[in-house]
Design a protein around this ligand. Structure first.
Ligand SMILES: NC(=O)c1ccc[n+]([C@@H]2O[C@H](COP(=O)([O-])OP(=O)(O)OC[C@H]3O[C@@H](n4cnc5c(N)ncnc54)[C@H](OP(=O)(O)O)[C@@H]3O)[C@@H](O)[C@H]2O)c1
Length: 251
């Protein structure tokens, strides 16, 4: 399926790098689209209308506020639409793009390295063949998880900010090592390498986080002392509070 990216900003660039295919893209700043096409190959198209004609589906990589304006530009020319617009329900996308198949996907930044979870907001009325083709395409960027739209805000709250959280956790661990005399680059190598390996291990154990903790925690040992310290300093409540903050829940 030949996709046309409308908007060549951060998320378009991350997805284009992940796909690694020649890209078809636009941007209000033509130089931005040209830079993306120069980097990954492909073509920066002059107008959104031309892009829609050349692509089998347009991918909305602009900001949510531009939904109506962009839809007006490609009206009658787009054959299918994939929205990655944050906070815009599928219903609103369908309203802006009546009569063509529409799918709502929410990718995360690690798509750039083909490890980004992509959420697919289920809709009972989707065009099956189109949806399947879109999911196949996004599956190359990382696992696609299908869920109901009501679950989307919480799911996004867990997922989209997580790279920043893990970066903060890594930084805190590295700092702790540096305070005790390890060179920062060595500490970072150890911490980040172990993060990636641990994620894979948890997956291999069927997402059983407790099993993984038990495996490395000998009774009365150093891991038990480390975990107890993390609990004492509120690691669980910190992550719960972070999600509450993201979702705007009242304290
Ligand atoms: N970043 C994420 O982690 C993430 C995750 C999931 C979904 N999303 C969604 O992905 C979309 C893009 O996010 P982003 O972070 O990539 O934003 P971004 O870096 O600002 O990129 C959006 C790009 O679209 C351009 N644009 C604006 N109007 C346009 C038009 N009419 N035609 C063509 N291009 C146009 C913008 O140009 P100007 O800046 O000059 O207006 C900008 O270069 C958003 O809707 C966001 O909700 C983002």
């Amino acid at each position: 399926m030949r996709l046309g990216l409308i908007g060549s900003g951060n998320m378009a660039r991350a997805m284009a790098r992940g796909w690694g295919d020649p890209v078809l893209c636009t941007d209000v700043l033509p130089a931005r689209a040209r830079a993306l096409a120069a980097e990954v190959g492909g073509e920066a198209v002059e107008t959104n209308g031309q892009l829609a004609e050349q692509a089998e589906a347009v991918v909305l990589c602009h900001k949510p506020a531009q939904l109506e304006a962009v839809a007006a530009e490609v009206a009658g020319r787009a054959r299918g639409v994939v929205s990655i617009l944050g906070g815009v329900p599928l219903e609103a996308v369908k309203h802006a793009y009546p009569d063509i198949p529409a799918v709502r996907m929410l990718p995360s930044t690690p798509v750039e390295v083909n490890r980004g979870v992509c959420l697919h907001a289920r809709d009972g009325e989707e065009d099956e063949a189109f949806t399947r083709a879109v999911i196949e395409r996004f599956d190359r960027l990382g696992p696609v998880v299908t869920l109901d739209e009501e679950q989307l805000d919480t799911a996004m709250g867990l997922m989209s900010n997580a790279p920043a959280y893990y970066a903060l956790v890594a930084e805190a661990q590295v700092d702790a090592g540096v305070r005790r005399g390890l060179p920062a680059d060595l500490a970072a190598e150890l911490v980040v390498g172990t993060m990636g390996g641990s994620a894979e291990l948890i997956r291999r154990r069927g997402m059983d986080t407790l099993a993984v903790r038990r495996e490395v925690t000998s009774p009365g040992g150093s891991t038990a002392r480390g975990l107890a310290a993390l609990e004492r300093h509120g690691v669980r409540t910190a992550f719960d509070a972070a999600l509450a903050g993201v979702l705007g829940e009242q304290a």
